[in-house]
Write a protein that binds this ligand. Structure first.
Ligand code: NAI
Ligand code: OAA
Length: 341
């Protein structure tokens, strides 16, 4: 099959999600930041998900329009828009999964950490509302810097007395999506059959793709190839920020990755026994308290955090190198949440 035929087959399969039978339990998904660059295409993709029966689209403004638009699609989910803080509680009530892409994106020259000042407070306030209105929901946190916003979410829920570490998940799926794409391209493999675990966090050197564990393996890639693939995966976000030249960061690929991850959470909730994704969660597999690795998702969220498996020397060095930055980002998030009570 040539690339075009393969792409159209995949597009048809994706579209078919919208017309799958309603054989799944009723599930409500809320998107917070639904009128944004990620929020809009993510809302579209969640409207196509066969696992969603109710879709709540929340933002500070603009959601009635997005909701009216998306709601005309002839798929299962009933869509409702919610705008402004007064409507946040209603948007969250009964939610099984809450996806949070609210906050500002990077401009060229900025790091993800430069977004902390604005996004930390946004995430804290939204997670507080989740703790009050849907304490059992699985939170999918997309807002950057993920390395800090997930600890902020955890600490905020702890303060409310409703923290369950199985239910707070940082979305790092885009790193996996990128690693698969770049690896398949370089190794000449069918991208639909490729898997690459990506561990660590979601910023620069804290993103560590484990190409030694890629499936299928590609023995013909040189150390220099692997180094280049690693760096491209780590800098994938910056590549898009620069190409967009001041008009934001990845939105379409992120919406795709966010929908994949939310669907995985929903499949886990529905009792699908084989749902494994890389995600940034509370973890004790390394020296830091939050870390992304392969995780089994089940009826209560995170069922098992898998270890790193065997790393080669290059990956061991990458793991060691990320620790100071990852630890600092985690501590910064926790301190913020504690100090801003
Ligand atoms: N985890 C990941 O892999 C990725 C994360 N991101 C992050 O996602 C975030 C969103 O990016 P974009 O959608 O491109 O930004 P955007 O600016 O296009 O959209 C953000 C939306 O959030 C809304 N918002 C702001 N404050 C809010 C609040 N208090 N409550 C509800 N909504 C609020 C805005 O009104 C806007 O509609 C950024 O922080 C970005 O860095 C982006 C790409 C990948
Ligand atoms: O790079 C950014 O700012 C957005 C992001 O997290 C990504 O694309 O991976």
């Amino acid at each position: 099959m040539n690339a075009l035929a393969r792409a159209s087959k995949q597009a048809l399969q994706t579209a078919a999600r919208g017309f799958a039978s309603g054989a799944y339990p009723d599930r409500k998904v809320a998107v917070l930041g639904a009128a944004g660059g990620i929020g809009q295409p993510l809302s579209l993709l969640m409207k196509l998900s066969p696992y969603v029966s109710e879709l709540a689209l929340y933002d500070i403004a603009g959601t009635p329009g997005v909701a009216a638009d998306v709601s005309h699609i002839n798929s299962k989910a009933a869509v409702k828009g919610y705008a402004g803080e007064d409507q946040l509680g209603e948007a969250l009530k009964g939610a099984d999964v809450v996806i949070i892409p609210a906050g500002v994106p990077r401009k060229p020259g900025m790091t993800r950490d430069d977004l902390f000042k604005i996004n930390a407070g946004i995430v804290k306030a939204l997670v507080e509302a989740c703790g009050k209105h849907c304490p059992k929901a699985l939170l999918n946190i997309i807002s950057n810097p993920v390395n800090s916003t997930v600890p902020i979410a955890a600490e905020t829920l702890k303060r409310l007395g409703v923290y369950d570490e199985k239910r707070v998940l940082g979305v790092t799926t885009l790193d996996v999506v990128r690693a698969k794409t770049f690896y398949a391209e370089k190794a000449g493999l069918d991208v639909s059959k490729v898997d690459v675990p990506v561990v660590g966090g979601h910023a620069g050197v804290t993103i560590l793709p484990l190409f030694s564990q890629a499936v299928p393996g590609a023995n013909k890639l040189s150390d220099a190839d692997i180094d280049a693939l690693t760096k491209r995966t780590q800098d994938g976000g910056t590549e898009v920020v620069q190409a967009k030249a001041g008009k934001g960061s990845a939105t379409l690929s992120m919406a795709y990755a966010g929908a994949l991850f939310a669907d995985a959470c929903l499949r886990g909730l529905n009792g699908d026994p084989d749902v494994v994704e890389c995600t940034y969660v509370a973890s004790n597999i390394t020296e830091v308290p939050f870390f992304s690795s392969k995780v089994k998702l089940g009826k209560n969220g995170v069922e098992q955090v898998y270890g790193l498996g065997e790393l080669n020397d290059y990956e061991k060095a990458g793991l060691k190198a990320m620790m100071p930055e990852l630890r600092a980002s985690i501590e910064k998030g926790i301190s913020f949440a504690k100090e801003s009570q």
